[in-house]
Design a protein around this ligand. Structure first.
Ligand code: PLP
Length: 389
């Protein structure tokens, strides 16, 4: 018998970096005294009419498998939502239900790229983009988002990074962790850049309904044929644990995405799809109320920081405050750890979102105003007592 080396774990999976947000979350876990400003999820409960719709579906059915692209009435309602709220037209067949935006982004990358392809991704950014690139053996080329450019991508920078091997660009507006929004003039330039280089655009629009001014627009309303837009119920309707989102894809791509859902998940949880149907077709005042609460917290948070050694970018969307802690003179990971150990406040270190996050921490506004105010006061106090004179 020929002896063989034992099978090894796929290095792409084993070597995938762990989320730097989880590191702090896990350390804060089980400590009752900690003020948690770390997680990216609403502190609101899912509105009752949405929960009731899932309950009715679970009691009365259907509870079996459904089509891998989703139930037709939900895809139809979402095609209407995309037309009315995102400003472009898709047929219901172009809407693919996903297990959260995270899986929608993964299946899109899977369908559009091959191992070794280069993909342009933001830095700082939601860390899962890079993890997915690693799992799919893609070469992630990060483009910096800097304060002097308003934390949005510039064509000038992208032109320096694009090569013959680049296949796709990821855009995330409103941005996690920055809260920046790409306005329509910049978006038009970015789509022209993508077109010049024959790239697909993957637009993560998870926070499309959490915006504080009128600057947000969906890129597919400008270039519908080369943009895949991914949306989520998690943030809009406080449904993070239900695991549902959707992709709106060009007609050319949608059947491939639908087909790929079969081996990945067969279909999204059926009662959850009925909950999502109630969410999108029911009263939207719940969304407005949460958005208003995030805006009020943002303003409160900025007022706590004003006049301190810290400085924060004013978010235009999403529910995060990106705080410049460079005046403290410590690496951002050390700021996060010491804040947890010495002041019992959990925030995410900027470096959890990429090398471009050094010198910053991300504070979640999805926490009660009381916790947010006290947590930020402690951060300000920590900064004031650490700043070198
Ligand atoms: C930018 C961004 N994209 C995608 C997601 C994933 O959302 P979902 O819960 O729908 O998978 C998140 C969640 O934090 C996010 O911040």
């Amino acid at each position: 018998m020929v002896s063989r080396e034992p099978a090894r774990i796929n290095p792409a999976a084993a070597g995938m970096p762990r989320s730097g947000i989880r590191e702090i979350m896990d350390a804060a876990w089980g400590r009752a005294d900690v003020i948690r400003l770390v997680a990216g999820e609403p502190d609101f409960s899912t509105p009752a009419h949405i929960v009731e719709a899932a309950h009715a579906a679970a009691m009365e059915g259907p509870t079996g498998y459904v089509a891998s692209a989703g139930i037709p009435q939900l895809r139809e309602a979402l095609a209407t939502k995309v037309r009315e709220r995102n400003g472009y037209t898709v047929a219901p067949e172009q809407v693919i239900m996903c297990q959260g935006a995270v899986e929608g982004i993964y299946v899109t990358l899977l369908a559009l790229t091959r191992a070794g392809d280069e993909v342009l991704m933001p830095d700082p950014a939601w860390p899962n983009f890079l993890m997915m690139a690693r799992l799919l053996n893609l070469s992630a080329v990060t483009y910096p988002l800097t304060e002097d450019a308003g934390f949005v991508p510039t064509v000038e920078t992208l032109e320096r990074l694009v090569t013959e091997r680049t296949r796709l660009i990821v855009l995330n507006s409103p941005s996690n962790p920055l809260g920046s929004i790409i306005d329509s003039a910049r978006m038009t330039e970015l789509l022209a850049f993508a077109d010049r280089h024959g790239l697909w655009t993957l637009s993560d629009e998870c926070y499309d309904e959490i915006t504080f001014d009128a600057s947000f627009g969906s890129p597919a309303s400008i270039a519908p044929d080369r943009v895949v837009s991914v949306y989520s119920f998690s943030k809009t309707y406080a449904m993070t644990g239900w695991r549902i989102g959707y992709a709106a894809a060009p007609a050319e791509l949608a059947p491939t995405l639908a087909k790929c859902q079969e081996p990945l998940l067969s279909c999204v949880n059926t009662p959850t799809q009925f909950a999502a149907l109630a969410a999108v077709s029911g009263p939207q005042e719940v969304v407005a109320a949460m958005r208003d609460a995030y805006r009020a917290r943002r303003d409160r948070a900025l007022s706590v920081i004003e006049g301190s050694p810290l400085h924060a970018f004013t978010p235009r969307g999403a529910f995060y405050l990106w705080v410049d802690v460079r005046s403290i003179g410590l690496a951002s990971r050390e700021v996060a750890w010491r804040l947890l150990d010495e002041r019992s406040v959990a925030v995410a270190p900027g470096t959890a979102f990429g090398g471009g996050g050094e010198g910053f921490v991300r504070v979640s506004l999805a926490s009660s105003e009381e916790h947010l105010t006290e947590g930020l006061r402690r951060l300000v106090d920590f900064a004031a007592s650490s700043v070198r004179v």
